[in-house]
Design a protein around this ligand. Sequence first.
Ligand SMILES: Nc1ncnc2c1ncn2[C@@H]1O[C@H](COP(=O)(O)OP(=O)(O)OP(=O)(O)O)[C@@H](O)[C@H]1O
Ligand SMILES: [Mg+2]
Length: 230
Amino acid sequence: MSESQPLRIVHHEGTVTRDERRSALRQTGGTLWFTGLSGSGKSTLAAALEQALVRLGHAAYRLDGDNIRFGLNAGSKILAETRGYSEESARRFGLGFAAIDREENVRRIGEVAKLFADAGVFALTSFISPYRKDRDAARKIHTGNASGALPFIEVFVNTPIETCEQRDPKGLYKQARAAIASGKGMGFTGLDDPYEPPTAPELTFDASTRSVEDGVAMILGYLRAKGMIG
Ligand SMILES: Nc1ncnc2c1ncn2[C@@H]1O[C@H](COP(=O)(O)OP(=O)(O)OP(=O)(O)O)[C@@H](O)[C@H]1O
Ligand SMILES: [Mg+2]
């Protein structure tokens, strides 16, 4: 297999400006990065916000486990069984759940969200994304963009773990508790793996005390106040 790489990649600039995209769409676009424990309500809030934005005539798209872990960041088994990858390619390009795979998962999500944001669309990402440095890296590729900062809004879904565990719609806490009790552990965020809360999130939402509608109204209010939607 060839290991050769081009010495440099030549950029081919297009002619459409970011302002042209934004005025065509009547919005700035940007990334809304939902982070929080499993079961905290990220997907619920992101889905409701997407619905509200689209009803208002805006372009918004959710990146969630369902469309990311089966597509862009599929695991080796999916690549081998449904995409015809050789065993070696599947191993090389598939993502699992080891620490380094999780980091790469979040990196790719950040890059894709950035493309949506640059296109003038609102990217709504709902992943636990437990590590501060990974979220900060996603922020940095938006705000430090060569052609000007792209909006990056971190929404900390700060629901107490007791509520998350009690709701446990996927039965994951139950499974993790059993694994911990048996001495194996599962590396489950909030139980036997850390969750590092954001230090300066743009928005915070507690789904144990506030309704989904409340959360949507808060975010729409923020986007209007910042002039990101009309
Ligand atoms: N504001 C709310 N009030 C009451 N229940 C809520 C609220 N938000 C979410 N829920 C409920 O909490 C549970 C977890 O929500 P959700 O699946 O959105 O969490 P999540 O953060 O996306 O979790 P995961 O990281 O595992 O995907 C669901 O059963 C959902 O219906
Ligand atoms: Mg979810």
